[in-house]
Ligand binder design. Structure first.
Ligand SMILES: Cc1cc2nc3c(=O)[nH]c(=O)nc-3n(C[C@H](O)[C@H](O)[C@H](O)COP(=O)(O)OP(=O)(O)OC[C@H]3O[C@@H](n4cnc5c(N)ncnc54)[C@H](O)[C@@H]3O)c2cc1C
Length: 321
């Protein structure tokens, strides 16, 4: 078995998914620990251009029309071939729809150990995974054979996995990809009728503590004043007070704004896992024991209804001066 670290680059519609860069940053750390090389695996069709900013020692490129978009059986045949011939120490996949789908299949096909939801690696190469929706962090040793891991965001900055120097490309011949059971027929773009909260730099997030739909206006006022956007936890979305595009959390969007203001949000694991990439988290919650305070940069146990108007006034006064 080699000591090299392999990362599966996820891409869709000509865009490399951000989790790929997070994995490259993690893979770089692991390769340093093992004194080995970091390989990125790019499966695609006429897609070499996607490799330009990939921070890996080498890019293993596999070109085939059947790999143009993700399809489990074509990916499975290709990845099992690579892993059997290269015997990497670790293979990293995104803990995403694609990554979880293919990592499980590879694990079964090759009888390799798979650990999921890895957030980061310790300095001596143990993996740390979040379990129970992030309530517990579990540390584990790599198994003796090739270890497969799926990774969640939050442990590494995507920029750490990017480079101005493209990696050396090594072509890998695809296996025979005939008689596949799955063929992609058509890509249906999801309707985009709203802003993308994952790209916003100031988010005012409202939780059940906002109490009524009418009270959302308070959050809107604060958002307008700060140049931000309103988003929400699940109870607010479930009430239909905001569209699902504004949901922050496990079942919604992961966000990484400069400032995340949580108004009346308790900090359940399903919510918190999606906001840890924020630069600054400000929690406003009347319950001093609310878990949101455990991850907040700043917090106040003030009633949000006493605070918002004052905050808006202060922001406007600061802007005027
Ligand atoms: C499979 C699964 C997926 C899920 N996915 C998501 C998800 O994607 N996103 C998500 O958010 N949740 C998700 N949840 C739900 C999650 O477990 C929590 O139930 C939810 O996040 C709680 O939302 P909340 O904090 O707004 O409400 P609560 O937990 O009810 O908290 C409300 C908070 O407001 C505070 N408060 C009340 N009044 C005031 C006031 N006047 N001023 C200041 N503070 C006040 C209270 O002290 C309390 O802490 C998921 C759950 C499951 C099981």
């Amino acid at each position: 078995m080699s000591q090299d670290i392999y990362v599966l680059i996820e891409h869709n519609q000509g865009q490399v998914a951000e989790i790929s860069y997070v994995m490259l940053a993690a893979g770089r750390q692991l390769a340093g620990i093992h004194g080995s090389q970091l390989f990125a695996m790019l499966l695609g069709y006429q897609a070499q251009g996607l490799s330009l900013d990939i921070a890996a020692d080498k890019l293993l490129y596999i070109d085939h029309p059947a790999l143009k978009e993700f399809a489990q059986d074509a990916y499975l045949l290709t990845l099992t071939e690579i892993i059997k011939s290269r015997q990497p120490r670790v293979v990293l996949f995104g803990n995403t729809t694609i990554g979880s789908d293919i990592a499980g299949a590879v694990s079964i096909a090759l009888g390799l150990d798979l650990a999921s939801s890895c957030r980061y690696f310790t300095s001596d190469g143990k993996f740390v995974s979040q379990i129970c929706g992030g309530k517990i962090m579990a540390e584990g040793n790599l198994s003796s054979g090739t270890t497969l891991l799926t990774m969640v965001p939050g442990g590494y900055k995507p920029e750490e996995g990017q480079s101005e120097h493209p990696p050396v490309i090594e072509n890998f011949s695809p296996p025979v990809l005939d008689n596949l059971r799955i063929k992609n027929i058509k890509f249906i773009q999801p309707e985009s009728f709203d802003i993308d909260i994952s790209k916003e730099s100031i988010l005012i997030s409202v939780g059940r503590g906002i109490q009524t739909r009418d009270n959302l206006e308070l959050a809107e006022n604060l958002a307008n004043s700060l140049g931000g956007v309103v988003c929400a936890s699940r109870p607010v979305i479930d009430q239909g007070w905001l569209p699902t595009t504004r949901l922050v959390g496990k079942s919604g969007k992961h966000v990484k704004p400069k400032v995340y203001i949580a108004l009346g949000i308790s900090g359940a694991p399903e919510h918190v896992e999606a906001i840890t990439g924020s630069e600054t988290i400000i929690a406003i919650n009347t319950d001093p024991k609310a878990p949101i305070f455990d991850i907040a940069t700043y917090g106040t146990e003030t009633d949000l209804f006493d605070l918002i108007d004052v905050l808006v006034e202060k922001v406007e006064a600061a802007k005027a001066s």
